[in-house]
Structures are given as structure tokens and as C-alpha cells.
Design a binder for this molecule. Structure first.
Ligand code: HPA
Length: 241
């Protein structure tokens, strides 16, 4: 069994998947943090690996950039490979005044300017949200590890280079940060009765133009990757699937 985008056989992908945007980061995470990582996908270079973290089977799969890309990969993981939990790990641009470089943002909700929800034919505006159980696990781990973290709304934008200068309007609505994928992940999870969470290292501040150096970015990502893996572990040992 395989899909047009994923050559894995059923059973080769764990029930819990970490999902960075960059496939090379998926490889880095798998080879740095997992025991015996095995690559199950190379189609389009969108690498995916399965290994063990502290005894728990975990996969790491690149999502690519943007809502259409994560829409495809996460849908297939949930629907074709029986994945139950996806934790997106990424970078985001800070919008809120109190969100600083290197802080971790955990997305309770994901606003979007994308039309992804149109496919559901809803007579109103859908509010994509994280799995409460995964969110609770992540907050528990962040508290125990003294992480500087924020929980709240983010924006999943269809544009990286935006002509409209719209971020001030999102900031007024207390949106913490902007990235480009999570709303689709949350909608796929809702539609398929699965669990999703997204967490970010703030790599740049879009209101004042500050950004992390390459080394600072790596350190910040390291903290978040550990947070995501410990979240997966706590969720698994706590009785989640
Ligand atoms: N925009 C969208 N996504 C991002 C950004 C940004 O500025 N920074 C990191 N991910």
C-alpha cells in the first residue's frame, strides 16, 4: 500500500507523528532524537522516519510549506496510515507584543485567511482548534521544564510575502504569531476524529523586524523538539493513543 505522496506500507508509521515543515529537519530530528530511525518515505524528498523515543514508537514526517501541502500529508497519515496524533513543530513569526524571539507558542486555535474550510460547506466560520488532551500534555511538560511558552491563537496564512500588511489587524485580535500550516492540520484532525497540536519557536518578530541567528534558531528548535517528544511520551503513557 502506498499513496501518490508516500511510499510507506501500512504499519510502518507510528500512531504519533511529529511534523516539521522541512523534510531535512525531519531527518535531523529522527537521527538526533530517535533510536533506530528507519526512513519510510523519499517521494518528492518529503522524508519520513519511524524510530523510538524513550521506548515509545514515534514517526517524524516533513509536511512541506503551506496549507495545501500539510493538507495532503496529514490527511494521508490520518486516513490511510491510521495515525492518531500529529504534532506540528515549526517556526513562526511573532505578532503579539509579549511574544519574544525564542519563546515557544502552543497553538490553541489557528485562524486562517485560507479557503480550506470551504470544502466542508459549513453555514458559518469554522474555528480550528488543537486537541485539548495533547495541549494539556504539552502545557504540563512546558511547566515542568521551565519553558517560556504562550498558549493562544495563531494565524495560518496563505501568504509569506503579503501585500496587504494585515498583521496589525490580527494583532488587535490577540493573535500571537503567524505561520502557514496549522489550520489545515486542525481541520483534517477534526474531520477525521483525530488529534492534532502545533507548537512553534518564534524565529522572527514581524512587528519590529528582529530575527534569530542560525545558531539561536537551532537552540530554540532543540527546546521545542524536546517539548514535542516529551508531550508525545506523556500523552502515550497517560493513556492517550
Ligand atoms: N510568516 C509566515 N510563516 C513564518 C514566518 C513568517 O513570517 N516566520 C516563520 N514562519
Amino acid at each position: 500500500m502506498s499513496t501518490p505522496h508516500n511510499s510507506a506500507e501500512k504499519g510502518e508509521i507510528a500512531k504519533t507523528v511529529l511534523m516539521p515543515g522541512d523534510p531535512l529537519r525531519a531527518e535531523f530530528i529522527a537521527k538526533t532524537y530517535l533510536e533506530n530511525p528507519i526512513c519510510y518515505n523519499k517521494v518528492r524528498g518529503m522524508l519520513g522516519f519511524t524510530g523510538k523515543y524513550k521506548g515509545i514508537e514515534v514517526s517524524v514526517q516533513g509536511s512541506g510549506m503551506g496549507i495545501p501541502s500539510i493538507g495532503i500529508y496529514s490527511y494521508e497519515l490520518f486516513n490511510e496510515y491510521d495515525v492518531d496524533n500529529i504534532i506540528r513543530v515549526g517556526t513562526a513569526g511573532g505578532i503579539a507584543d509579549n511574544v519574544n524571539l525564542r519563546d515557544i507558542v502552543i497553538a490553541m486555535g489557528a485562524c486562517t485567511n485560507s479557503s480550506y474550510a470551504d470544502q466542508y460547506g459549513l453555514p458559518g466560520t469554522y474555528a480550528p482548534t488543537a486537541s485539548y488532551e495533547l495541549l494539556k500534555s504539552a502545557v504540563n511538560v512546558a511547566e515542568n521544564h521551565n519553558c517560556t511558552y504562550h498558549v493562544g491563537n495563531i494565524l495560518s496564512s496563505d501568504t509569506f510575502y503579503d501585500d496587504g500588511n494585515s498583521l496589525a489587524a490580527w494583532q488587535k485580535m490577540n493573535v500571537l504569531a503567524v505561520e502557514m500550516e496549522s489550520a489545515a492540520l486542525y481541520m483534517n484532525a477534526a474531520r477525521l476524529s483525530k488529534n492534532a497540536l502545533a507548537m512553534f519557536t518564534i524565529s522572527d518578530n514581524l512587528m519590529n523586524g528582529q530575527s534569530l541567528s542560525v545558531e539561536e534558531r537551532q537552540e530554540g528548535l532543540d527546546d521545542m523538539i524536546k517539548l514535542s517528544l516529551e508531550t508525545a511520551r506523556l500523552y502515550n503513557i497517560g493513556g492517550g493513543v
